[in-house]
Design a protein around this ligand. Structure first.
Ligand code: AMP
Length: 344
């Protein structure tokens, strides 16, 4: 059999070297399992993709991951290809998702949020330096390496990312609407700066527990995103530092070329931990709990849509219709207030 993807092992089988363990999770494109390297006590994770179904996705993800090596990016060890499947052996991370950790910890402050944002921005700066745009940055793609207190946060799931030339632009519909930059909705060509918009949305949620562009329907949400219509609502944002708000404003900048870059964000005082508050944010934790529970419920629907988009089973106008919805379609990106009633 000739290998479909460059750099993969296809003359040997995954099962010759690894014992498959329990399922760890399921994403839009694949199932992830724990596995053990035979004859050793080394554990890894393995992402299993069906070649026929997700040919394009697998090729994209593998090509990118093989090139990347960074402490804040989940490492790809090796890839096995058989006639039917692709087994991607990845670094095993055991610390859980970003929001899961926040809601289980006793103390959560701006300082903790800034540490998480710093890890994310560091990873994104590395990706961008290497001409890679993630395109689907969201809290469920941020995993902690282990359960220790100072565990690193790592970015995973590059299924929708794409290698870019230095000045290249893209115009493919992206992942999850809540985190999508306005230029994507508007069908404009876009660049690496879409990742900084997504990080702006994640940072906003990290500090408040709710999304910046809250609306009762997808269409309303879309309108708000393209106008960059969000607020730091009282009382939720009253105690949040000006430094944090300044960073969010710079990330959620409507014009992509004015949006802060990852390299510049790394030097922002809030990200650097200067003047970051260490006061416990009880209300934000309560809101994040609710947000996380709702997000998990809708995960299955999103996965189906993402697969349809990525494998081009839906034409572009259909995808936009599904994403944007119509005035009678309930918002699939349900916010914690269950509508456009703000947090009162
Ligand atoms: P993904 O297909 O990357 O979205 O992964 C789906 C789920 O599998 C994630 O939400 C995690 O719970 C789990 N997972 C993904 N990658 C890893 C990994 N490297 N180590 C442990 N669990 C993982």
């Amino acid at each position: 059999m000739s290998c479909m993807f460059k750099g993969v092992i296809c003359d040997k089988a995954f099962g010759d070297y690894y014992i498959l363990g329990k399922e760890l999770g399921r994403g839009a494109f694949a199932s992830v399992y724990k596995c053990q390297q035979k004859g050793t006590s080394n554990f890894w994770s393995v992402k299993l993709l069906n070649k026929k179904k997700y040919r394009k996705v697998a090729a994209t993800e593998i090509g990118i991951l093989l090139k990347l090596k960074h402490p804040n990016v989940v490492r790809l060890k090796e890839v096995f290809e058989s006639a039917e499947e692709v087994h991607m052996v990845l670094e095993l991370v055991t610390g859980g998702e970003l929001f899961e950790r926040i809601i289980t910890r006793g103390h959560y402050s701006e300082k903790d949020a800034a540490c998480a944002v710093k890890d994310m921005v560091t990873a994104v700066a590395y990706l961008h330096r290497n001409g890679v745009v993630h395109r689907d940055l969201k809290p469920e793609n941020m995993l902690y390496e282990d359960l220790s207190e100072h565990a690193r946060l790592k970015i995973t799931d590059f299924g929708l990312s794409k290698i870019l030339g230095t000045d290249a632009t893209m115009h493919t519909v992206c992942g999850t609407p809540t985190y999508c930059a306005p230029e994507i909705f508007l069908g404009k060509k876009y660049t690496q700066s879409v990742d900084m918009w997504s990080l702006g949305v994640v940072t906003y949620i990290l500090l408040s527990g709710y999304e910046p562009f809250i609306a009762s329907t997808d269409r309303e949400m879309f309108k708000k995103i393209i106008k960059c219509d969000y607020e730091f609502d009282s009382p939720y944002w009253d105690a949040i530092s000006e430094n944090a708000k300044d960073l969010i404003r710079k990330m959620l900048m409507l014009e992509p070329n004015k949006r802060i870059t990852a390299e510049h964000a790394l030097k922002h005082p809030w990200v650097m931990g200067l003047a970051t508050k260490n006061v416990h944010m009880e209300e934000a934790v309560v809101q994040i709990k609710t947000f996380n529970a709702k997000r998990k419920l809708k995960k299955a629907t999103e996965a189906v849509l993402a697969v349809a988009r990525a494998t081009h089973h839906l034409p572009l106008d259909m995808v936009q219709m599904v994403n944007i919805g119509d005035s009678t379609t309930p918002n699939t990106n349900t916010n914690i207030t269950g509508g456009n009633e703000k947090m009162t």
